[in-house]
Design a protein around this ligand. Structure first.
Ligand code: ADP
Length: 263
């Protein structure tokens, strides 16, 4: 086994993710103009996420986590620098192109669940399947039933969000986010509205999704407890990454760095 593989294998308990990045930013910058003042939310972020990784991005409020998440999810354009989703630079796309890539490749989970209140849990998931144009039947039916079993919400499909606990609502939101098998699942403070017991359940489900379906997951949080559920921790301050536990990033061996750059 060559060197980078053994470094990575020793680090990732759940198996080696692929080395090729599914998501990459290069000197990513975002500036908001507020009146006459420029707010530099991101000041040069370089990050590479490989398929199959389970990553936490952590930092205090205002450090740029949500801005980074918006850009990683192709919801906005950078001021400068690049975001490559599966090799495609979102800065080169117009609104329609970004919407297409978002629909095909990205699933989102939010702090406040964002389920449609008048629809049942099952209908909320079904709407996502239809909007994103997934073929009905066959593989998708089987995938959905495996998902609902894993998330322990099979019995809840006939209920409306108001008839579910917060933890159950978030699990429905997770099912909705991954039902079309997105390449990347982005979750912004996914346990922010949950008590500790439900947070633990939901975080264990993210791990299962990652392990069982090799789902690439990026969780954003300001809660350090959440990071014990992930394999890799990226810490931000003032619009920059100040620490990345990725073994390839951390390892200063020039040979490894050269090989990793070419992967
Ligand atoms: P976090 O998610 O870590 O709390 P944000 O990405 O929301 O950080 O914010 C980073 C910085 O950018 C903050 O100073 C925030 O006030 C500013 N900011 C975020 N969104 C906007 C916006 N739409 N307009 C102006 N300033 C913004």
């Amino acid at each position: 086994m060559n060197k980078p593989e053994s470094v990575v294998q020793n680090f990732y308990s759940g198996g080696i993710p692929q080395m090729k990045p599914i998501l990459e930013t290069i000197d990513l910058r975002k500036t908001y103009r507020v009146g006459t003042v420029d707010v530099e939310a991101l000041r040069g972020v370089d990050v590479r996420i490989r398929a199959g990784e389970l990553v936490a991005i952590m930092g205090p409020s205002g450090c740029g986590k949500s801005t980074l998440m918006h850009l990683l999810g192709a919801m906005a354009k950078p001021t400068a620098g690049s975001v490559l989703i599966d090799g495609q630079d979102i800065a080169t796309l117009n609104d329609f192109g970004r919407t297409q890539i978002r629909r095909k490749k990205i699933g989102f989970v939010f702090q406040k669940f964002n389920l449609l209140p008048t629809l049942t849990a099952g209908a909320n998931i079904e709407v996502a399947r239809r909007i994103h144009g997934a073929a009905l039947g066959g593989v998708h039916e089987q995938h959905l039933s495996e998902l609902l079993k894993m998330l322990m919400i099979e019995e809840k499909m006939g209920r409306k969000p108001s008839e579910l606990s917060g933890g159950e609502q978030q699990r429905v939101a997770i099912a909705r986010a991954v039902v079309n098998r997105p390449s990347i699942l982005l979750a912004d403070e996914p346990t922010g509205a949950l008590d500790s017991k439900n947070s633990e359940i939901v975080l264990n489900m993210f791990r299962e999704l990652n392990r069982k379906f090799k789902q690439t997951i990026i969780l954003v949080t300001h809660n350090p407890e959440l990071t014990s559920y992930t394999d890799r921790l990226i810490e931000m301050r003032d619009g920059r990454i100040i620490h990345d536990s990725d073994p390839v990033v951390r390892n200063t061996d020039p040979e490894l760095q050269t090989i990793a750059r070419d992967l």
